[in-house]
Every structure is written in C-alpha cells, then in structure tokens.
Design a protein around this ligand. Structure first.
Ligand code: GLN
Length: 492
C-alpha cells in the first residue's frame, strides 16, 4: 500500500475523505497526520518516562524509566500514544522471546508456537491487531524475524538513521530501533517520523558521513538480486560446521550433529534447517517480482558464510562491556546483604541475569581476553569490513540491483520443547519441533548481515504456508528505506 500525498502534503486518504465528508474547517500539520491519535506499543528496552524499563530481566524488574527515548518522543509529538511495553528476550538476546525472565509470549497464529524474538511481544501485539504499530530493536534480526513469524511488516533502518537515545544498549555498533507494523505504508510513515539526526546520539549525525564512502548508482532498470543457491547452501554448511566445532563439548546439542571419533560430522537436520515452506514462500515472492517486471539477478556474497560467527563475536564482545553497568549499585535489584562491593556485584549478577545473558557475557569476555584479541575480535572486525564491502559493491553496480531479496529465517515460527532441555529433535511440542538455542543462533545467518553492514532491511509477509506466515526481506543500500518500502509495497 503506497501512500501518496496531495499538493499540500496531506496523505491522499485524508484528502479523499475530507473531500467526501467535509469534516474540517481547518486542517494542519500534514506531516503529523500519519501517526495522529494512533496507539502504539514499545519494546521494553526502549525508555518511556513513567513506564517500566525491564528489558525482560529480573535485574530490572522494578526499574522505571526516568526519560523518554528520542524515537518515542518524536512519535508522541506527532500525536501517537504509548499504550504499553512489550515482552522480549532478556536484553534482546534470543530469537523466541522465551529468554524473557518475566513472561511467555505466544504466536497469535498458533499459540503453541513462539512469536519469534527478540521483539516478540511487539510483533505479536501488531499481528493480533492490538496496535497498528510497535517499536522494536534489531541487533541481529530482532525486528525482522518476529515480524516474519507473526506475519507483519518489520523495518530495520540504516545504522544511524534512527536515534538510539533511550535504547538500552546490547551491541551498540549493530543495533537500531526499528518498526513493526500492519502494513508497509505504515512502517514507512513511522520511520519518517522517528528518523533523523539527534544531538543525543552522535552516530545519527555521523551516519551520512560514514556511509558516504558508498556512491549509489542505482539505474532505472528494475533489478532485484537474489543469492545464488550454491552460495546459499555453502553458507548454511559453513555455519553448521563452525557451530559444530565450537560446541563439540555441549551435550545438549548432540542431536544437531554427531561428534564422532574422527571429528565433526554435519547433521542433516541442521543442514536441512531451511524449511521447504520457507523456500516456497520465497519462490512466490521471486515469481511475483518477475511478473511485476523486475529482472531477477543471481548474486554471490562470498563472506555471507561468516556472518554468524562474526556477529556473535562482535555482539557478545560489545554486550560484555555494555552490561557491565548492571552492578547492583546504579540500577535495579540489589541483594539484601553483601560482604563488600565485589561481592555485591557478584550476587547481583548471579541472581539478576538469566542463563543466556550469562553465557553471552562469558563469551564476550572470552573473545576480548588479553592476548587473544587478534584471534577472535580483530578477525571478526576484518570480516565485518569484508562483508560490508561485498554489499556495497553489490549495490553500487550500474543498472542495479536496487535491493537484495532474501529469506528472513530458515524456519517458520517454531514450537517449544516439551519439558526440560533435552534434544530438540526428540522434543516435539504441540506446535511442532522446537529449535535448540544453538540452532537458533546458526539460523541468524540471513538477518545478521544487514546489521554487520549497517544496511536497511524490510521484512514483509510473502505467503502463508501450512497455516503459518512466511516472510521475506529486502536489503538495500544505506538510506534506501524509501526505495525498499516502495518495492515491498508493490508486492502488497
Ligand atoms: N537472535 C539474535 C540474537 O540473539 C537477535 C538479537 C537482536 O536483534 N536483538 O542476538
């Protein structure tokens, strides 16, 4: 649904209705119209004064925000009203919202399945029609993946396009505040309101300079890129192999791959992680764009295969630094009694953080350990540069492509494991097979590249397969939100 405006800048639907019903003697502030009076929800890691700001963590269970995030403030000035804070994976770490320490969120399409994560509450609220849009945050896919799982639109803006002031930091160099909405047009309207430089977040001022090294040459020809199937399979294999090597010793994950005498064998289940239904939805989108007159061009992003290990190295490194502030002194819960300040910090973090958060802090401090930085963190930074270069090269070719069409996640909304942490394969909840937390990480391979390269990406529903929505995403050059939204609107 594309939104046109009349000569005075009012949305076309306003003019059309007003011409028909003649309700107004005076009409003002055309730029505020798209959000005027709309209720919206905000992920609970984004500050809204007077509301809680728990990040779905025990540690911050009773913490309340003392100021309002810039993105929220801009929406409020446009007349939109915050009606609540939404559930999420603790501090944004996860893909199911099950890492919330406070609440369980279910998928509105099938309540025995997860809503995705980490912005699962925001996606579920929009999908259920409770709000027309919600804010989320996307560090490695947390807006787009739950949007795909719940059949709504999710926009992850260019890094630096939207102020992060008021967003509780997880991995600062990767994350952006994003929009979940009931239509592409709405996501774009909301993006237009929240984007733009903010003196409270210097990365917004620098954004255009940083991305300025890239020169857009997108021609007039309508071209969409898709990944060639061979490099897609290679990427999945590389992720599986890497994951298997890392977690050789993890018993929980033995169901994903066999760890035999001779080393690691890839497991068919993880290689086949890419569901047929997801491929079916993706093919429908490709066909539809071909019918719309787009040339579909197969491309290769060779370093895509490294995106997951690079993402988890950088994200956990930054998280270990960002979460150091939760020491029991400045914020949130504090133990009743402690021997000394160090003991206070220990006790606070031991009781306040969930196991996924602890795992990531440990991983982050591990990759940053003195003497080992070259081996992990610096290598990850080099590969991040490489991934970014490959994307920039893709989008700076003469005659397009204007965007890259990709799957969002290898599966549709997955189920929950029955009972305890057992093998994912054996545990079939009512809602279908669960995905182990390790497989969930490997499955971020389609979403985290946009964060590593800072590119805008838009998820929208492509089809419904077997009763569940399948989303696809369009990745574009820096600051091409308007373009990818209009391409997506053609599909709607
Ligand atoms: N699944 C990713 C992670 O767990 C997504 C996180 C995010 O975007 N906040 O890190």
């Amino acid at each position: 649904m594309s939104r046109s405006v009349d000569k005075d800048g009012f949305p076309a639907y306003v003019t059309a209705w007003e011409n028909r019903i003649g309700a107004f003697l005076e009409l003002r502030e055309p730029e505020l119209w798209p959000a005027a009076g709309l209720p919206f929800a905000v992920k609970d890691n984004i500050a809204v004064k007077g509301f809680g700001l728990t990040c779905a963590s025990k540690l911050l269970e009773s913490f309340r925000a003392t100021y309002t995030a810039t993105a929220v403030k801009r929406l409020q000035s446009a007349g939109a009203v915050v009606i609540g804070k939404t559930n999420m994976d603790e501090f944004g770490m996860g893909s199911s919202t099950d890492n919330s320490a406070l609440k369980r969120t279910n998928n509105p399409w099938d309540d025995s399945r997860v809503a995705g994560g980490s912005s699962g509450g925001s996606a579920a609220a929009v999908a259920a029609g409770l709000v027309p849009f919600a804010l989320g945050s996307d560090t490695g896919g947390s807006v787009r993946q739950p949007a795909a799982f719940c059949g709504v639109v999710g926009l992850k803006p260019t890094y630096g396009a939207v102020s992060r002031y008021g967003l509780v930091a997880y991995a600062s160099s990767l994350e952006t505040i994003g929009v979940l909405a009931d239509s592409v047009g709405r996501a774009r309207d909301v993006f237009r309101i929240i984007q733009g430089p903010d003196p409270m977040d210097q990365t917004t001022a620098a954004a255009r300079l940083v991305h300025g090294a890239w020169h857009p040459v997108a021609g007039n020809k309508k071209v969409l890129a898709v990944l060639d199937p061979v490099s897609l399979v290679q990427a999945i294999r590389a992720v599986v192999r890497g994951a298997a090597l890392v977690s050789k010793t993890r018993r929980d994950d033995n169901d994903l791959y066999e760890v035999g005498e001779g080393g690691v064998q890839e497991d068919a289940q993880l290689i086949n992680l890419l569901e047929e239904e997801v491929l079916a939805g993706f093919s429908k989108a490709v066909d539809a764009y071909r019918d719309l007159g787009y040339e579909i061009r197969e491309v290769t992003i060779p370093s895509l295969a490294y995106s997951v290990p690079v993402y988890y190295t950088i994200a956990t490194a930054e998280a270990s630094a960002n979460l150091a502030r939760f020491d029991g002194i400045r914020y949130g819960k504090r133990p009743e009694w402690a021997e000394n300040p160090e003991d206070l910090i220990d006790k606070t973090r031991a009781m306040g953080f969930g196991s996924e958060v602890k795992l990531r802090i440990l991983l982050g401090t591990f990759v940053l350990r003195s003497g080992f930085q070259d081996r992990y963190y610096l290598r990850a930074q080099q590969l991040r540069k490489q991934i970014t270069r490959e994307f920039y090269a893709l989008f700076s070719g003469k005659d397009g492509p204007q965007a890259l069409l990709m799957p969002v996640f290898p599966t549709r909304a997955f189920g929950r494991a029955v009972g305890d942490k057992g093998g994912a394969g054996k545990n079939r909840g009512a809602g279908g097979p669960a995905l182990s937390s390790f497989a969930q990480k490997a499955a971020d391979l389609f979403t985290c590249p946009a964060n590593l390269a800072g590119l805008p990406a838009l998820t929208f529903p492509a089809s419904v397969e077997g009763g569940l929505p399948v989303g696809v995403q369009l990745l574009g050059a820096p600051f091409s939100e308007e373009l990818i939204c209009s391409i997506a609107a053609e599909y709607e």
